[in-house]
Design a protein around this ligand. Structure first.
Ligand SMILES: [Fe+2]
Length: 289
């Protein structure tokens, strides 16, 4: 995850690329216990809901061991599988730092873990969201290439001043993406797999729209950072996602510069609808405020 509005200098103790040592030896038994609790909950929830590449990645990296994983250990296997590695950062990093890491097959992960009273929600991504949520998909060769392509795309989008459009692609794929499978839609987005409630909501609740992925459409769709999504985009395959991202975005950005945003709950005549949501959840929340 990246964020704007940060000072461009790394915080004290961090290297020029904002990385720090994970300091695995310093985690307390209580912190390891938070990981163990979250892992057990999510493993049970994700059976039959997460896509196979995610579940295979969890196994391959042996993330279910006895607590917070040591990056040295997982990097040995991750590097062997796809050439990626995980690097520790103190928190959100500036966009250009984030894109540079991705473009070089390094995933920046928060080093800290949430408190026991924050199991269900926290504002900044911690090591559970970043490592449990994101890293298993990086063991998949196609998704691994997609994340690198995204990092390179980020560098180009910054030069063009169209980061807001590109950030929506990240949001609706890397964080909240669904994958079509013969058994129905399955989760690959890190924001979903690291949330017990959204893992169920994203697949089973009648409220959100579920639409076939279309890159330009996604880039015109705003998103919610404060609650469950009102729309999820379903990719037909990870290969199709990678291929869509490898095309030249320049003509797309030219069109987007002229185009208006699509309302978050809209269904367009051109959409391929998988589920037309009731939006009951979002409307209920809005009415209660
Ligand atoms: Fe994330």
């Amino acid at each position: 995850m990246s964020a704007d509005g940060f000072s461009k200098a790394p915080p004290p103790g961090a290297r020029a690329d904002w990385t720090i040592d994970q300091g695995w030896e310093a985690y307390t038994p209580a912190e390891h216990q938070v990981w163990i609790t979250l892992y057990a909950r999510q493993a049970a929830t994700l059976e039959g809901r997460a896509c196979d590449p995610f579940l295979k990645g969890l196994e391959a990296l042996d993330l279910h061991r006895s607590g917070i994983p040591d990056f040295v250990r997982i990097n040995a296997e991750l590097n062997r599988l796809t050439g990626w590695s995980v690097v520790a950062v103190p928190g959100l990093v500036p966009d250009e730092v984030f894109f540079d890491h991705l473009a070089n097959r390094r995933f920046p992960a928060g080093q800290f873990i949430r408190k026991p009273e924050q199991l269900d929600y926290l504002q900044e991504p911690d090591i559970f969201h970043d490592v449990f949520g994101h890293v298993p998909m990086l063991t998949d060769p196609v998704f691994a290439d997609y994340m690198q392509a995204y990092g390179r795309g980020g560098q180009r989008a910054m030069q063009r001043g169209q980061l807001a459009n590109l950030a929506r692609l990240y949001w609706y794929t890397v964080e909240f993406g669904l994958l079509q499978t013969p058994q129905g839609a399955r989760i690959y987005g890190a924001g979903i797999v690291s949330s017990r409630a959204e893992s169920v909501f994203a697949l089973e609740d009648p409220s959100p729209n579920r639409l076939a992925f279309d890159l330009e459409r996604v880039m015109r769709t705003p998103y919610r950072i404060d609650d469950f999504q009102q729309v999820y985009f379903v990719v037909p395959s990870l290969k199709a996602l990678l291929e869509a991202t490898l095309q030249d975005f320049a003509p797309i950005y030219d069109r987007l510069a002229e185009a208006s945003d699509i309302p978050i709950d809209a269904i367009l005549p051109s959409d391929r609808v998988i589920t037309a949501g009731t939006q009951a959840y979002a409307h209920g929340k809005a009415a209660a405020q």
